[in-house]
Design a protein around this ligand. Structure first.
Ligand SMILES: [Fe+2]
Ligand SMILES: [Fe+2]
Length: 339
């Protein structure tokens, strides 16, 4: 009885709202100007990397660099490696921009609201890699050439995140991923603070704040899609979680290595330092289930109902698996770290 009434609501809904990805994207497109104003900062007022770095025109420049170098040496080895890996991940931004530009409904030729969003988002994100790269260059504790080789490899290798050109799967991915980077930068910030490295704490803190804003934006897109095409977005969410959300740097490698060889070491270092753990992955999933009120969505098809059941039970299942996972204790020697 309940199922048939759900069907009726769904059929009715589909009569009055667009039911394909492209139509939904077109219907949402006029909201992009308002959403950009809400979730992105004006360029004139936004922080820029130079606000957080010593000014090379300044006479105190070398003194400030010496201070940066002294504090960089104090940082825990694994935490430092994670910071470098995070920087490389940010520096692979051209991969993310070109991927998003190719998503169905995001048309860079017609310069619609969606492609405007992708450009403006990219412009904000570009400050992250720029700032971190300059900081690491000044730190005196990075083999820059090795870091640059890894960055070039990561860009050349690209990524495979399992979304295809589907806007729904992509926005599920970006909602998840922006939350993951927020956590990661935030934890490096608190690690830096513990060793008195206030500058690095500030650097990672402002980046984390950007990531949180971006996460809210992508999550808002998904909420709007739930209002128009609930069953399909539920199935897309389900599919992404079944595939598992891979990190954008999953193909990470260092000089001389095959593709993807370094990622597990980077990820183990992040787990050891509590910068990003399996439990964070589960908590992000839980926060998205809550944010999108997955348990309260109605008018779903039978398949989407099944997907919802799977998603609601997933955190519990993942937790039972996560409790059994052992993180390798042995530190890996990254070529990025000279000292
Ligand atoms: Fe970023
Ligand atoms: Fe981001």
């Amino acid at each position: 009885m309940e199922i048939s009434s759900r069907h009726q609501i769904n059929q009715k809904k589909q009569m009055i709202i667009p039911n394909t990805r492209l139509e939904v994207m077109k219907a949402l497109e006029p909201s992009m100007d308002n959403l950009m104003e809400k979730y992105l900062r004006s360029i004139e007022e936004n922080w820029q990397p130079s606000d957080l770095l010593p000014d090379s025109k300044d006479e105190n420049f070398f003194e400030e660099v010496r201070e940066i170098q002294g504090l960089a040496r104090e940082m825990n080895y694994d935490l430092w490696a994670v910071l470098i890996g995070d920087t490389i991940t940010e520096e692979a931004l051209p991969t993310y921009e070109s991927w998003l530009m190719d998503v169905e409904g995001i048309d860079q030729y017609s310069r619609n609201g969606w492609s405007k969003w992708v450009r403006a988002w990219t412009a904000e994100e570009n400050r992250h890699g720029d700032l971190l790269n300059k900081y690491l260059y000044l730190s005196g504790r990075v083999d820059m050439r090795q870091m640059e080789i890894s960055t070039q490899y990561l860009l050349a290798d690209g990524f495979d995140i399992g979304t295809g050109r589907d806007p729904y799967r992509n926005f599920v991915y970006t909602s998840f991923q922006e939350l993951a980077t927020n956590i990661s930068h935030r934890r490096v910030a608190s690690g830096a603070k513990k060793t008195g490295n206030a500058r690095l704490a500030k650097i990672c803190g402002v980046i984390a704040a950007d990531e949180a804003r971006h996460a809210s934006a992508y999550s808002h897109f998904i909420k709007m899609i739930f209002e128009m095409d609930a069953s399909e977005i539920m199935l897309a969410f389900d599919d992404m979680m079944k595939k598992k959300i891979v990190m954008p740097a999953h193909l990470l490698r260092e000089s001389g290595q095959p593709q993807g060889e370094l990622f597990a070491h980077f990820s183990d270092a992040a787990q050891r330092t509590n910068v990003y753990t399996t439990f964070d992955y589960i908590e992000i999933l839980e926060s998205l289930l809550k944010e999108w009120s997955i348990d309260k969505v109605n008018g779903l098809t039978d398949n989407a109902e099944k997907a919802r059941d799977y998603l609601m039970a997933l955190p519990g299942r993942l937790r039972r698996i996560a409790e059994r996972i052992k993180i390798p204790e042995k530190q890996y020697s990254f070529k990025w770290i000279g000292v």
